[in-house]
Design a protein. Structure first.
Length: 323
């Protein structure tokens, strides 16, 4: 259903203001406006398998909890198995009947990703969706086992390798879905195809994080095109400003100033859950926030050229071993 013109105008103004659009204020106002996209149907994921990475904290836990309420069989992918087991038990206790299953993998390590994907595909032949939620923000420049800057490894290279390895299960049903959890911080960074490893200039954790999220958004249309033949759709989204463990640990000053209006984990995860469960699948290759497609650029200085994208795509293909 088309949204009324006034609703679209109010929504756009809040989105550009950041403070209004990304906080609890924006979500509350949008839910009250005519044309708010409706919730998926109850039990719409009954018996369907969904994989969630980074599932043992913050948005990951909220995503798992949101998906089980729609009946999904949720596979929780974690790096710390003991921590993940405790989270899984709490979810089972608070959501009676929830079917959650635990897997371990270091998403930054491509060898471990391929090992996990082979094991997973052997047990789960029909996968409805992957929500790539795992995230890092190392305080100093760090490299993955394969030598990639860690933020880019966890947010881009690892998810692409994992999805490639699980194309079979994703395409076995009616066509799978891939959701990449990005960040509104990407709006402040261009696509640095010339320096994917952040080897020039002074390293900044927040800049590296935002750059990697820009890579997600810019590569999504190309990944969507690559996977379209298998009926797989791709969506990137950002959760707004949520009070996640990452914000608490890495951005304490920002959190102190904005805490009264920061979203909780469930509010931040709402669009990921919606993109996974709503029917029909949303258009592929788009960027979303609060259930609405958003522009990928707000500043002319961050707009990538065709040459930038081609260079980034060539680098990603090599890094991920795509044929």
């Amino acid at each position: 259903m088309a949204r009324p013109i006034l609703s679209r105008a109010v929504d756009a103004v809040m989105d550009r203001s950041l403070v209004l659009g990304y906080t609890t204020i924006g979500l509350a106002v949008r839910r009250a406006l005519p044309g708010w996209p409706p919730d998926p149907l109850p039990r719409s994921l009954e018996g369907r398998h969904v994989l969630v990475t980074g599932a043992s904290s913050g948005l990951g836990i909220a995503t798992v909890e949101g998906l089980v309420t729609y009946g999904a069989v949720v596979h929780m992918l974690v790096r710390d198995e003991a921590k993940g087991a405790g989270v899984a038990e709490r979810i089972r206790a608070t959501h009676p009947g929830a079917d959650v299953r635990l897997w371990r993998c270091d998403v930054s390590d491509l060898d471990d990703v391929r090992r996990f994907a082979a094991d997973f595909a052997g047990e789960v032949p029909d996968l409805h969706a992957i929500v790539h939620n795992a995230g890092v923000m190392p305080p100093a420049r760090t490299e993955s086992p394969q030598g990639h800057e860690l933020s880019l490894a966890v947010h881009v290279v690892g998810p692409v390798v994992m999805t490639e390895a699980l194309r079979g299960p994703l395409s076995d049903g009616a066509g799978g879905r891939v959701v990449l959890v990005s960040s509104g911080g990407m709006y402040g960074q261009p696509l640095r195809a010339d320096d994917p490893g952040f080897t020039t200039g002074d390293y900044s954790p927040t800049t590296a994080y935002a750059r990697s999220k820009r890579w997600q958004v810019e590569m999504a249309p190309l990944l969507a095109e690559r996977w379209a033949a298998d009926g797989i759709t791709v969506a990137t989204m950002h959760p707004g400003w949520a009070d996640t463990p990452g914000v608490q640990e890495s951005l304490p000053t920002f959190r102190r100033l904005t805490r009264p209006v920061l979203r909780d984990d469930a509010q931040g995860a709402d669009t990921s859950v919606w993109l996974t469960a709503v029917e029909p699948a949303p258009p592929t290759g788009r960027f979303w926030h609060d259930r609405v497609e958003r522009p990928t650029n707000l500043l002319p200085t961050t707009r990538a050229s065709g040459r930038d994208r081609a260079q980034a795509w060539a680098w990603l293909r090599e890094a991920a071993g795509l044929d």
